[in-house]
Write a protein that binds this ligand. Structure first.
Ligand SMILES: Cc1cc2nc3c(=O)[nH]c(=O)nc-3n(C[C@H](O)[C@H](O)[C@H](O)COP(=O)(O)OP(=O)(O)OC[C@H]3O[C@@H](n4cnc5c(N)ncnc54)[C@H](O)[C@@H]3O)c2cc1C
Length: 494
């Protein structure tokens, strides 16, 4: 009889773990609290329009990379997958001027220098280091603790210029980096996309991924990708149980022997892979005393290890924006949560027919939120929450129209969602949809997915790697199965 693995959570990490468990010859079952797969990687419909929650870029869309192989293996992508024809990362506007980070780095260089000749040297350096950062490819073949000397030599060759990037940009935050530019517009541009507390290299690597054609958006959007992975899991013989919230992991003699569902049912198994938020794992599924010290340090110090969420609104508009553009704009200051914002973005989704209905397309906006903002949302009564959202919707709509006068009278409100939505839907810590942010002052969280003192338990999920995101989540699912295989002395090549 096959040994049985139970995976908790049907997000990208859980689906990947399930698929690789089946490929390795185990019986695999996934228990998911919601009624559909995908976790954070989903979308939903309002008034007949599709709203996307996740993919702004998917690292691993370039053939020949290890991450592409993983996406292909899990059914997320195939050689036939079509991608959105978007030719830029984003555009920043400020005081009537704008600059765009195109996928074509030469074009960007020219535009940035034209916008700010006095920053020419810093701009050239930025572009050069983005070019170096194209070498930064996500290693998805096996967990790093299983690397041998050959793997390190090969990485050293492939990523020869990355140490320069890390030396130059890992010790400063984006906020500090922005100050190297004289132009107020370029300063805004540097801090627009990622929170200013992030290490500066994060922006370079993200932009390089897009510019290298390794961060495209699959047509059909996030939910369809999750459904493709669910299909692959089921085709391989896996069983996924929806609306089955897990209450805890059953431990006996310091060994995971099953899970207890919220309805009291106990499901026995040989191995458990929790692919959920780490806060849920360590504060509910197993006793807190098992939390590794690196995680404790991060949870106890939100300043150095912040998490991010967002306040988001979706509208339908009849203006035809077909380039999939993300545009950052100046706004009259607006307080959202505990902080006041003078920038926000508007993203037009007309690049994919899934977001278009009756010649109208979806546009969305997001104002980033963090731990201190979450406290404000959390402190509200149901009625206060409803009123607060309504006030913000009016304020944000007014600001969009001020920057895009063509949308006056054309904004059809569809939906809004907040950090509390992510907490409710995915049990996400402080509503965060990534893991701890990489700040210059934070120490790297080192974690190999095993929980000291508990056998047969292998953690997966984006929280196993700093900053999180889809590639971290997916690779963590595969790595959890490989760690188990290693422990039972089986071949890890699956
Ligand atoms: C607005 C937004 C934009 C994003 N943009 C990008 C992007 O462009 N690129 C990128 O790489 N990443 C992006 N991300 C991040 C990405 O979505 C996440 O990193 C990834 O989906 C996390 O996957 P996961 O499986 O680790 O966790 P989750 O998606 O959180 O999955 C965990 C699953 O566990 C389930 N669960 C929770 N509690 C229980 C329980 N008690 N019992 C059973 N099941 C439970 C949840 O319902 C969920 O399905 C974005 C996220 C958001 C929200």
């Amino acid at each position: 009889m096959k040994e049985k693995i139970v995976v908790i959570g049907g997000g990208i990490a859980g689906l990947t773990a399930g698929i690789y468990a089946l490929k390795a010859g185990f019986e695999a079952q996934i228990y998911e609290k919601n009624s559909i797969p995908g976790g954070e990687c989903i979308g939903w419909n309002r008034k007949g329009y599709h709203i996307d929650n996740c993919i702004h870029w998917l690292t691993g869309t370039k053939k020949g990379t290890q991450m592409y192989d993983l996406w292909k293996e899990t059914g997320a992508l195939s050689d036939e997958t079509e991608y959105a024809k978007i030719n830029a990362f984003y555009t920043s506007t400020h005081e009537g001027k704008s600059v765009t980070l195109y996928n074509d780095l030469e074009k960007t260089k020219k535009e940035l220098i034209e916008a700010s000749p006095e920053d020419e040297e810093e701009i050239k350096k930025f572009i050069q280091y983005v070019e170096y950062s194209k070498q930064c490819l996500f290693p998805a073949e096996k967990p790093m603790e299983m690397w041998g000397i050959k793997d390190y030599i090969s990485m050293g060759k492939d990523m020869a210029d990355m140490p320069k990037v890390m030396k130059e940009y890992s010790k400063i935050s984006l906020g500090e980096y922005a100050l190297r530019f004289k132009s107020p517009l370029l300063r805004k541009m540097i801090c627009d996309y990622l929170p200013k507390e992030y290490c500066a290299y994060s922006l370079l690597v993200s932009y390089a991924t897009m510019a290298d054609g390794n961060g495209s958006i699959p047509m059909g959007a996030s939910l369809q990708m999750s459904l493709r992975m669910e299909k692959r899991f089921k085709e391989l013989g896996g069983k996924i149980y929806y609306n089955k919230g897990v209450d805890s992991i059953v431990l006996k003699n310091k060994k995971a022997e099953g899970i207890k569902l919220e309805d009291g049912t106990v499901v026995e198994c040989d191995y458990v892979i929790p692919a959920v938020d780490s806060n849920l794992l360590f504060n509910r599924f197993i006793p807190k005393s098992y939390m590794p010290s690196d995680f404790k340090r991060a949870y106890d110090n939100a300043k150095d290890y912040p998490v991010i969420s967002g306040f988001q609104i979706a509208y339908a508009v009849s203006v035809n924006y077909d380039r999939g553009e993300t545009v950052f704009i100046d706004i009259d200051p607006i307080k959202v949560g505990n902080r006041t914002f003078d920038r926000m973005y508007v993203k037009a989704y007309g690049y994919d027919p899934i977001f278009v209905k009756d010649n109208k397309q979806v546009i969305q906006t997001c104002i980033s939120q963090t731990d201190e903002d979450f406290e404000i949302w959390k402190s509200m009564s149901k009625e206060e929450y409803r009123e607060y959202k309504e006030k913000l919707i009016a304020a944000v709509s007014e600001r969009i129209v001020k920057s895009f006068p063509e949308l006056d009278g054309d904004l059809e409100y569809l939906d809004c969602w907040t950090p509390l939505t992510y907490e409710r839907y995915c049990n996400a810590y402080h509503g965060s949809y990534m893991s701890f942010v990489s700040t210059p002052q934070a120490k790297q969280i080192k974690f190999n997915g095993r929980i000291k003192g508990i056998k047969n338990l292998y953690m997966a999920g984006q929280w196993t790697g700093s900053t999180g995101g889809l590639p971290v989540a997916a690779a963590s699912g595969k790595f959890a199965v490989q760690r188990l295989l290693k422990d039972i002395k089986r071949d890890i090549n699956i």
